[in-house]
Unconditional design. Structure first.
Length: 106
């Protein structure tokens, strides 16, 4: 009987030592896997931001040097037109209460 008790205590001790070797301490296996996943997420974020910065740098260069881009921005943002173009502005008339007619049922 005593040998079974010792075997159980030894097995539990060995299992505890193996568990502590794998998961114990400040940086266990689970923490290592979380750190690797976090590192991959940060790397992906840096790559995505790098592409965004590169795209914005190309757009900035176009804004500073490309006349077609400058004209497009002037037209879209400021409503500029060329000298030979006509601009038509369509507005909805303001309807006041006194000018409204009652709607008759059909």
């Amino acid at each position: 009987m005593a040998t079974w008790g010792r075997r159980i205590v030894t097995a539990v001790s060995v299992a505890s030592v193996v568990y502590f070797a794998v998961e114990g301490g400040e940086w266990g296996t689970a923490a290592l896997l979380r750190q690797r996943a976090h590192s991959r997420a940060l790397t992906d974020s840096v790559e995505r931001l790098t592409r965004t910065v590169d795209s914005l740098a190309r757009y900035k260069a176009l804004v500073h040097s490309d006349p077609a881009t400058q004209e497009r921005i002037a037209r879209e943002q400021f409503g500029y037109v060329r000298a030979h173009e006509l601009v038509y502005k369509v507005v909805n008339p303001v309807v006041s209460d006194s000018t409204r007619r009652p709607v008759s049922p059909r």
